[in-house]
Design a protein around this ligand. Structure first.
Ligand SMILES: N[C@@H](CCC(=O)N[C@@H](CS)C(=O)NCC(=O)O)C(=O)O
Length: 223
């Protein structure tokens, strides 16, 4: 199995993705908590390009970017597969994973930080992206079918972190009325094991995001 270490920050959902995957696989790992305000030499050496968490160290070899790490974990530890086995289904899962990060995460974050007349448009854009996920999950318990898979892990931030962004951005996005299937999925997902065992306390996520949101808003208002 080799030595597995995870450089991570508890409030970060890309990092939570990796913890969920390792636990689903039953892989033991050492958690190395990173202080993003004072990045460690280990993080800077392990991810010199982006200087971000998460980084997985497998026998000392670093792998960065949560989607890449998830695929590495799935290929390295075969039990409880995360990606579908069929090549076409795998391609679709990768497509939607990129959609989630490039459209949904960016869209919800954009709506959260937007102010003034930009706000309404930004919220509509985020809702449009979530609409696609609603269609994907309709009729299924999980994106992975009957059990949690790769896409559930990638979309997992919709089960906890989005609520904080809604509160801080003074907006409602993932409501049961507008997105009944996605909302139900998000409630189920967060209650499953091992997901529920690595969810950061809400107040700590509020504090974590508040810093970034205030910073981005201050840049926008100084323009
Ligand atoms: N695309 C990356 C995003 C990672 C990311 O944004 N990490 C944040 C924490 S959630 C970080 O390390 N931020 C530190 C910085 O930007 O300096 C992934 O999926 O791993």
């Amino acid at each position: 199995m080799g030595e597995v270490k995870l450089i991570a920050t508890p409030q970060s959902f890309p990092c939570a993705r990796i913890e969920w995957a390792l636990r689903i696989k039953g892989v033991e790992y050492e958690y190395i908590q990173e202080d993003l305000a004072n990045k460690s030499p280990l993080l800077l050496q392990s991810n010199p390009v982006h200087k971000k968490v998460p980084v997985l160290l497998h026998d000392g070899k670093p792998i960065a970017e949560s989607l890449v790490i998830l695929e590495y974990i799935d290929e390295t530890w075969k039990e409880n597969p995360l990606l579908p086995l069929d090549p076409y289904e795998r391609a679709l899962a990768r497509f939607w994973a990129r959609f989630i990060d490039e459209k949904c995460v960016i869209g919800v974050w954009g709506a959260c930080v937007a102010q003034g007349e930009e706000k309404g448009k930004a919220i509509e854009a985020a809702l449009d992206s979530l609409e696609f996920l609603e269609k994907q999950i309709q009729g299924n318990k999980y994106f992975g079918g009957e059990r949690i898979g790769y896409l559930d892990i990638v979309a997992g931030w919709l089960s906890h972190w989005i609520n904080v962004l809604e509160e801080l951005g003074d907006m409602e996005l993932l409501t049961a009325e507008r997105f009944p299937s996605l909302h139900e999925w998000s409630q189920n997902f967060i209650q499953t094991s091992p997901v529920k065992d690595c969810i950061p306390p809400r107040e700590s996520v509020v504090e974590y995001f508040s810093f970034g949101i205030n910073y981005v808003r201050s840049l926008a208002s100084n323009k």
